[in-house]
Ligand binder design. Sequence first.
Ligand code: PMT
Length: 418
Amino acid sequence: MCGKAALVHCCAMNILTKRRIIVGVTGSIAAYKSAELVRRLRSNGTDVRVAMTAGATRFIAPLTFQALSANRVHQHLLDESSEAAMGHIELARWADAVIIAPASADFIARLSHGRADDLLAALCLATAAPVAVAPAMNHRMWAHAATQENVQRLQDRGVSIFGPAEGEQACGESGLGRMLEVTQLLALMPALLGDGPLRGRCVVVSAGPTYEDIDPVRFIGNRSSGKMGYALALAAAAAGARVTLVSGPCALPDPGCGIIRISVRSAEQMYGAVLHEMEACDIFISAAAVADYRPRSVSAHKIKKHSNALTLELERTDDILGQVSALKQRPFCVGFAAETDDLEENARAKLNAKSLDLVAANQVGVAGSGFDSDENALTLYWRDGTRQLPRASKQALATALVTIIAERLHEKYRTENS
Ligand code: PMT
């Protein structure tokens, strides 16, 4: 972990100190990861109680969680000794937050239908504390309409959905359905507890490329994968913000975690979607690689190769970030500068020309940073300051950048009100 990311991680962990968290474990092979989750929470001073379903105990022994949490594990709804000590109602009252990790398809179905047929389901019904589920299942089970309806119902009721992630699965198949890694779950806990530095803020992030149609077959696009913007959306959600992600065409899955994704194709559509979200927006992060030019006219038919050369007439697109920044009630505006040369000069020129609060400049056209890579390096510029974020994963950089945005926003409000 890079220095700055480690610092952010530390802040998240401090927020967890002395908090009372129930970790619910259900029947999934990913249950082994929950042992590490409990260990990490405990080592940061969290008071952890573990509630297991019968299915979970087939994958991992309650004794493991008892040793790691230093508390008795709760398993049975109708257990006289347990009800005499801390029964499901007391547990439900005791918790500051409940996280079900892993949450199997069956448990999600039971929760969405309000069942109370075991201790964990009953305490989820009885608690006033925020509840999060971290799904873990085969990708076809996750994609099934029944699961998706159940997840939507939970989201509509305010349950946070952490993940799932995409990748290789225990069944040997690959797809969306893996439980998030423990570090990702820990990073999302402050938001669940309503404690992140962007708590109560509304953040809009633009991500990915735009496609400008030439004819029904061809378009002008660019190399953006959306990874940087999606990482920023997740980091802002982890910092407690309500996040809307306006995404150009890219192959990344819906980020989950309560983030609302609006999919667009062209710069014009992105402009419309972003401007529509501005009324309630506190922070706009413009990470999308928006086309600067589009064909003046789009051919209704496939252009035939009748001649040796073809001239396309292009016209300027609207500058989305520039328009947002010019709004009377404008949010805190963060732009990106994708540069091959003269990073600082070009980034500062964009900061001034678009009256931005902060610019994140990245070198493009080199291997291992900028477009499509998993890593990046950023140099941040604001009117009277600068900060280097050395090369790291885009997620670590996004977390660091969001922390700095929160600091700068706070500073801006402080000086405006003094
Ligand atoms: O998506 P990835 O593969 O992860 O790659 C990440 C990235 C390299 C795309 C990202 O880090 C990045 O640099 N995004 C901005 C790319 C860009 O278009 O930069 P620019 O210097 O051309 O534009 C400056 C700023 O104006 C940007 O914030 C851009 O979003 C915004 N802009 C540009 C043109 C336009 N018509 N409207 C805009 O809002």
